[in-house]
Design a protein. Structure first.
Length: 275
């Protein structure tokens, strides 16, 4: 599918703020984002998320390269672009972690001259706290399929360790995952000096008008709508973690609901509640 819009790809480790950043960008009149009903609650395109999860499941655990079908990727991206308002200057798409493993797919699809790469950063203690508050630390290491899926996100050298024994403190896994994402970003930047990531501190992006304005100016976008973009931000929740606590309550409530469901519905519900 041919398109003339510039694109903004937002990625980073999970819980680094990709969802909030996309919600903020959606408030700018020059940036196209799919309607809410097209995306998951985490602001991700379901077909693209499914493609990446399937790729992880199909890839041997001793392989460092995910098996991703290029034609399927292009097909899914065509569907994503079709859901957008193509009269806007930019389109935005967000997906934590996975794009770092196939950056060339996104660059080739949108065009080297038409893509902006955004890598979100957030204090590691808040990233790990977010995982823990949502109960993902317990879920990841108590379900065999999910354990293998998460282990495959680490470097090849570290996978055996996490397969041999689940860490006593699962936070160490999330710290390891964040560090691996940083290394993949650094490797891309080193190999592509003319198309490097823009590192965005999500807390400054969300709470500092000056920081947000500089970001918009770098993209050549008007700053007059920065105030509207910040309307979706709850600064207190972002900085003190109460946002994750509220999500954790939803997670626990979902667990109770699943326990009361017949097995087939429980399985379907679990797919929607997992990240």
């Amino acid at each position: 599918m041919s398109h003339n819009q510039k694109s903004i790809l937002i990625t980073g480790v999970g819980h680094s703020g990709t969802r909030l950043s996309l919600r903020m960008l959606a408030q700018h009149p020059s940036i196209a984002v799919p309607p809410a009903e097209v995306l998951t609650p985490n602001q991700e395109f379901p077909a693209l998320l499914h493609l990446f999860r399937t790729a992880i499941d199909d890839t041997p655990i001793n392989s460092s390269k995910y098996i991703i079908d290029r034609s399927e990727f292009d097909f899914v991206m065509d569907a994503y672009v079709s859901s957008l308002d193509n009269n806007k200057e930019y389109l935005a798409i967000k997906m934590p972690y996975y794009p770092l493993n196939c950056m060339e797919f996104f660059v080739d699809y949108f065009g080297r001259e038409n893509i902006v790469l955004i890598y979100l950063t957030r204090p590691i203690e808040k990233i790990t706290a977010s995982y823990v508050r949502r109960g993902e630390d317990k879920y990841f290491f108590s379900h065999a399929q999910e354990l293998v899926r998460q282990v495959k996100k680490l470097s090849l050298q570290r996978r055996k360790e996490y397969l041999a024994r689940a860490p006593k403190d699962p936070r160490s896994y999330f710290i390891e995952l964040a560090a691996w994402c940083d290394r993949m970003r650094d490797a891309w930047d080193r190999d592509h000096p003319n198309l490097q990531f823009i590192n965005v501190d999500i807390e400054k992006f969300a709470t500092s008008l000056e920081y947000l304005n500089r970001f918009l100016e770098k993209l050549g976008l008007s700053t007059e709508h920065a105030h509207e973009m910040r309307q979706v931000v709850d600064a207190r929740r972002l900085t003190d973690g109460s946002y994750e606590r509220s999500v954790s309550l939803l997670w626990k409530g979902g667990a109770i609901a699943r326990a009361l469901m017949p097995p087939i519905f429980r399985s379907l519900a679990g797919k929607f509640l997992r990240r």
